[in-house]
Design a protein around this ligand. Structure first.
Ligand code: AMP
Length: 398
């Protein structure tokens, strides 16, 4: 039987899930956090309950040791029965990685080398890979990239209209992110409507704390709203999405902002947080309902940006068969879905208010039966997609 350990590594924490590939069920999951702080914590859960370990965790290698201890405490000795493979989420694959890849020293080094494109993410992903290879030296490790699904975009979609040579030298172009989710959701949507993926034009709306949209034709990404980094495009929890770059020159000249200040401003203090004072959609919605004008404007900007990309992608694709909402907001907020698609009956988009309001958890249709475009809610499952791609990559190499 094959089990895949899926690892999503951050700079001071990592999340993991152990997935039984025969049933695609989670066997265990957990979080190791506060790595490098005076007191670390590993919280582990499986069907029998939870166990935690609290002690200093100096680095990711000690983090994996803590994870294995937490597994052992709950009756599963990973040393004796290790996973069949480890799948790692990696944020940036640059131009180099367009498919999941089995890790060797060279691949690991290349992921670290791409850190300049994703300084917040790739170094942490790299640390997780190094540590997991120490913990599980005898099993294959596979890296699955957030950018890979979008490597099919045509040049006119990924090229920024700036000096060509400079852009090439510094690898400046659109890469796109959330690829694992866009791929999983578009495949699940095709299965839901019982039509071949190859025949479908789809627009996937991944609306979580991070948010992006993707135009997909026949299962192939044609365009996506995030850019060289996960900052471009939609309004997010704390990220601004699209801003005129000249606004940054202006802030730099007039308010003395340095590059790092601008990075902080746009990535961590903007979006819903910047406009409404909270980056959590539930709080923004509540404030707006209570009559808070800033929160209402935040919602209006949020919805309008999504509609902007929706219009663009309908034109690029020449129409759509499926719109699929996913992630925290896309899956759970009927208000967001209704607002985004308000008044689009002329485009053949008809939402059934009752279906939209149902608090159903699984994949579902929220459009009415006479809607020309199927509007779906498809819960995303990035860990399962990483596990599937991990196994496919290993089998493909055999
Ligand atoms: P994610 O990054 O996919 O976990 O999504 C996080 C976002 O989903 C946050 O902005 C949450 O406020 C939002 N969210 C979760 N549940 C709901 C809900 N029931 N209604 C509105 N937003 C929600």
């Amino acid at each position: 039987m094959s089990y895949v350990l899926v690892v999503n590594s951050g700079s001071s924490s990592f999340k993991y899930q152990l997935i039984n590939m025969a049933t695609e069920a989670r066997v265990a999951s957990g979080l190791v956090e506060r790595i490098g702080e005076p007191m670390g914590l590993a919280v582990h859960s499986n069907v029998d309950g939870t166990s935690d370990i609290e002690r200093p965790i100096a680095d990711h290698t000690e983090g994996f040791a803590a994870m294995m201890e937490a597994f052992a405490k709950s009756g599963h000795d990973l040393g004796e029965t290790p996973p069949s493979a480890v799948g790692h989420r990696v944020v940036h694959g640059g131009k180099r990685f367009f498919a999941p890849t089995i890790v060797d020293d060279d691949v690991a080094w290349n992921i670290n080398d791409l850190s300049e494109l994703a300084p917040l993410h790739n170094p942490a992903n790299y640390q997780g890979i190094v540590a997991a290879r120490i913990a599980f030296p005898d099993v294959p490790h596979v890296v699955v990239f957030d950018t890979a699904f979008h490597q099919t975009m045509p040049a006119e979609a990924y090229t920024y209209a700036i000096d060509r040579e400079l852009a090439e030298r510094y690898r400046v172009r659109k890469y796109g992110f959330h690829g694992t989710s866009h791929k999983f959701v578009s495949e699940a949507a095709a299965a839901f409507v019982e039509r071949p993926l190859s025949e479908l034009k789809q627009i996937v709306l991944h609306l979580g704390n991070g948010a992006s949209m993707c135009a997909i034709d026949g299962g192939v990404s044609q365009d996506t709203s995030m850019g060289m980094t996960p900052l471009q495009g939609l309004v997010m929890g704390t990220r601004s999405g699209d801003v005129d770059p000249s606004a940054l020159f202006h802030l730099s000249r007039k308010a003395g902002f340095e590059a790092d200040d601008l990075d902080e401003l746009l990535n961590r203090r903007s979006g819903l947080l910047g406009l409404a004072g909270t980056g959590d959609m539930r709080d923004v919605s509540r404030l707006a309902e209570e009559g808070d004008a800033h929160a209402q404007l935040a919602l209006d900007v949020y919805h309008r940006r999504i509609r902007h990309y929706l219009g663009a992608y309908l034109v690029h694709l020449g129409g759509a068969d499926v719109l699929a909402f996913t992630a925290g907001i896309g899956e759970n907020s009927p208000e967001t879905r209704a607002e985004v698609l308000r008044g689009l009956e002329w485009l053949g988009i008809r939402i059934d208010p009752e279906r939209n309001a149902l608090p159903n958890r699984g994949p579902r249709r929220i459009s009415s039966d006479d809607s020309a475009i199927d509007v779906l809610v498809i819960p995303t499952d990035e860990e399962l997609e990483i596990a599937r791609q991990t196994i496919e990559t290993i089998e493909g190499a055999e």
